[in-house]
Design a protein around this ligand. Structure first.
Ligand SMILES: [Zn+2]
Length: 90
């Protein structure tokens, strides 16, 4: 189970860690990109996915977000469309 207390944002340039509540998107020292550390996405079970509404929050366990707000604009799923001349696999 992921714990927000053990997660951090680590600078890819200098390695400085930033707490999640800093709400930083760049390193305060070198302006490097921040990578999320300490998070392991969980894969939702297929049976659970089948019962959920379409949209981003369907995959909440795989996102580094705790207590998802469930905000939606009614978005749906991206349909799969076959491409003529391309083989279809299962
Ligand atoms: Zn840095």
């Amino acid at each position: 189970m992921n714990n927000p207390e053990t997660m951090a944002l680590r600078c890819a340039g200098c390695g400085r860690s930033h707490a999640l509540d800093e709400l930083a998107w760049r390193c305060a020292d070198c302006h490097g990109v921040l990578d999320l550390t300490g998070f392991t996405p969980a894969m939702p079970k297929a049976a659970d996915l089948a019962t959920r509404r379409p949209g981003l929050w369907r995959y909440a366990e795989a996102l580094p977000i705790f207590e998802p707000p469930g905000i939606t604009m009614g978005e749906g799923m991206t349909p799969l469309v076959t491409t003529p001349g391309q083989p279809v696999s299962d």
